[in-house]
Design a protein. Structure first.
Length: 320
């Protein structure tokens, strides 16, 4: 219940800030709806403002909009003339596929590289650290252009536009966009995995397991990686949530018809209802993803479950 209350408060604050930003943005929505200032008389603009409540005070407009959101009515697009919820729903699949694909690549490769760096020190650790640090400095749109040039145009291994059909088709079409998203976050998950495992490798229970003759792979899997899963799961959840917002740029580069490209088009055309709805959905997705991450962390770490059952605050349990 406490988490649900935090979600509601976060969404209320976010909705107010988003609506205020649109309200203060330059340009008149009534002019957009009329097709331009040169095509509309004052009487037409006044009628449009009255129909869409644009002539009401800011707080009245916000309450009316928020009431519609609570009822599931996100409004109608100024540009497309369609229900905003329908526009988002038709594009959501592509964005979810892209974000999850990028998250799987980031987490799988990052955990593997971080584990190798922690277990095998020396040149390998240095190479992995340098490579991931270099990748972290490459913006997604730069990575996208480079991947298109190398693997889309040069080698022609992957298509550079469209989302594909079916599971295999989507995986094929979304590989380059997913890699473009993944390169930035790869260094973060690699470093977190490495540091978490290094901290556990020096603990007594690991040394005892080795002295008992337990194979090294079992020591790493059962005693090291399993106990390091808490910080890794937390960072993986935060990365997954951030990738949902990162699709905005990548979808535009690859011409994908997703929520991110919808947001870009809405901003460029001053389609305020679509912009507000997409931004609010992104905040909701981030909050829900981080909440699920916290739940997974509690399920994966038995120490957190014991602390919770005992009623001890998390900070105190972590200090202990």
């Amino acid at each position: 219940m406490r988490w649900l209350g935090q979600v509601v408060i976060t969404l209320l604050v976010a909705s107010f800030l988003i609506f205020a930003a649109m309200y203060l943005a330059p340009g008149d929505p009534a002019t957009v709806l009329a097709g331009g200032a040169e095509n509309a008389s004052e009487e037409t603009l006044a009628a449009i403002r009255a129909e869409y409540h644009l002539d009401q005070p800011f707080l009245v407009q916000y309450v009316l909009w928020l009431g519609g959101v609570v009822r599931g009515d996100l409004g109608r697009s100024f540009v497309y003339g369609q229900d905003v919820g329908f526009l988002i729903a038709t594009r959501l699949e592509t964005t979810v596929w892209l974000a999850l694909y990028a998250a799987v690549l980031t987490i799988a490769i990052g955990v593997l590289l971080g584990s190798l760096s922690a277990v095998r020190r020396g040149p390998l650790d240095s190479v992995v650290s340098a490579a991931t640090a270099m990748l972290a400095g490459i913006p997604p749109f730069v990575a996208a252009v480079g991947l298109i040039a190398a693997f889309g145009v040069g080698l022609a291994w992957f298509p550079v536009t469209g989302a594909g059909e079916g599971v295999l088709g989507k995986l094929h079409h979304l590989t380059l966009p997913a890699v473009s998203l993944a390169v930035v976050s790869l260094a973060t998950i690699t470093r977190v995995t490495r540091q978490s495992m290094v901290d556990i490798l020096v603990q007594d229970h690991v040394r005892v397991a080795r002295t008992r003759g337990i194979p090294e792979r079992l020591v790493i899997g059962r005693h090291v990686l399993r106990n390091a899963v808490g910080p890794i799961a937390t960072m993986a959840g935060m990365i997954t949530a951030s990738l949902l917002a990162g699709t905005v740029v990548v979808e535009s580069v690859f011409g994908l018809s997703g929520v991110g490209s919808l947001l870009v088009n809405a901003i460029n055309t001053k389609d305020f209802p679509v912009t507000q709805a997409v931004l609010l959905c992104m905040v909701l997705a981030y909050v829900v993803t981080t909440g699920l991450t916290e739940l997974v962390q509690h399920l994966a770490d038995p120490r957190l479950r014991r602390v919770r059952r005992a009623g001890v605050p998390r900070q105190a349990g972590a200090a202990a």
